[in-house]
Design a protein around this ligand. Structure first.
Ligand SMILES: Nc1ncnc2c1ncn2[C@@H]1O[C@H](COP(=O)(O)OP(=O)(O)O)[C@@H](O)[C@H]1O
Ligand SMILES: [Mg+2]
Length: 324
């Protein structure tokens, strides 16, 4: 598969067939107008990652259809010949109402809450919405040269196969993620706090899919750092999706069994550590309750409307009660 589509992957790896020289960087791009983009969004349902189409060679993990693309003057562009792409485009997931609006809302909320989050937007190909996120594993120099930065998700870091990414199947749990950080990152104490903030954030928005492939290490310097957040989606607003969380919080898979004392189990067993945890968690809950409706109002003022915004806020309000 990588032989066919591995020209531009997650992180800094690129794969080419034996004895093929990676192409020299050109600006061989196909800028898509609305109609062409609409066709591509239809096509990738049948041909994931456009496999087989001459020139496009990108590959990204994950369960959903997506495209790795570039932007030229605000338009989506397909990058040929394996030059680095700069954005990831996700169409609406079939059967998941307004999934693009949902991911936009959760990622923007994360950013407003001070979590490390890339730029996101919602675009339309004619009337069909799609979600667009800037790649954090790319760096653009002032002269426009794009370099790839290596990344590795937590399953990869732990040598755990993607088929067993959920804790219940043998995938990483929160303790294993904290250990990856302790053993590997340049600033373990800060990254551990960031991870715990994300655990609470995901809990509050109702993201049951925060498994070991949805956290990553980013190799900017000699030692890696915790990569920004990605793939944030409130799954709890859809009755058809799994309720249990990808990783237990303080021994519990079921969201309704999670209280502050479950979070205490993630902190060192001292009074001071618990007091710190309590303060941090309560602050976050309070802020989310304020910021989420502001975000909804902001998006609505820009003409973006979806029932999912209100649904996510309801989940946040419901879960916040477990902390009050
Ligand atoms: N903003 C981003 N920058 C760089 N890599 C990303 C970004 N978002 C996602 N990825 C990479 O692409 C993979 C798939 O994206 P993800 O959003 O998790 O999609 P899915 O919903 O299919 O799981 C991730 O595991 C990660 O390696
Ligand atoms: Mg994912």
């Amino acid at each position: 598969m990588l032989e066919a589509v591995g020209g531009d992957c997650a992180g800094a790896l690129a794969f080419y067939p034996h004895e093929t020289k990676p192409p020299a960087r050109s600006d061989d791009v196909e800028v898509l107008d609305d109609k062409a983009l609409g066709e591509v969004l239809e096509l990738i349902k049948r041909r994931p990652m456009l496999a087989g189409d001459d020139g496009y060679r990108f590959s990204l993990a994950g369960a959903q259809d997506k495209l790795a693309v570039g932007l030229r003057e605000g338009r989506i562009a397909l990058i040929k010949d394996g030059a680095p792409t700069t954005h990831i485009l996700k169409p609406v997931i079939e059967g998941i109402k307004d999934s693009a609006h949902n991911e936009l809302f959760c990622m923007r909320l994360a950013k407003m809450m001070g979590l490390d989050a890339p730029e996101t937007s919602l675009g339309f190909a004619s009337d069909t919405p799609y979600y667009l996120v800037e790649r954090y594993d790319r760096h653009t120099a002032p002269d426009g040269t794009i370099t790839r930065i290596h990344q590795e998700d937590f399953c990869q870091a732990l040598g755990i196969a993607p088929e067993i990414k959920y804790e219940a199947e043998g995938g990483p749990n929160i303790a294993a993620c904290l250990e990856v950080i302790t053993n590997q990152t340049a600033h373990p104490a800060a990254d551990q706090m960031k991870l715990l903030d994300r655990v609470l954030f995901n809990y509050l928005i109702g993201n049951a899919d925060a498994h070991g492939k949805n956290f990553a290490l980013l190799y900017k310097g000699d030692k890696p750092e915790l990569a920004p957040v990605y793939d944030l989606l409130s799954t709890a607003i859809y009755p058809s999706l799994a309720k249990n969380m990808a990783m237990k919080i303080g021994g519990q898979y079921e969201p309704r069994d999670v209280y502050l004392r479950q979070f205490y189990k993630l902190a060192p067993d001292t009074k001071a550590a618990r007091a710190d945890m309590k303060k941090r968690m309560e602050k976050m809950v309070k802020e989310m309750l304020e910021v989420a409706p502001e975000l909804k109002a902001e998006l609505t003022a820009k003409g973006l409307e979806s029932d999912v915004f209100g649904d996510i806020i309801t989940i946040i309000e419901t879960r916040a009660r477990n902390f009050g």
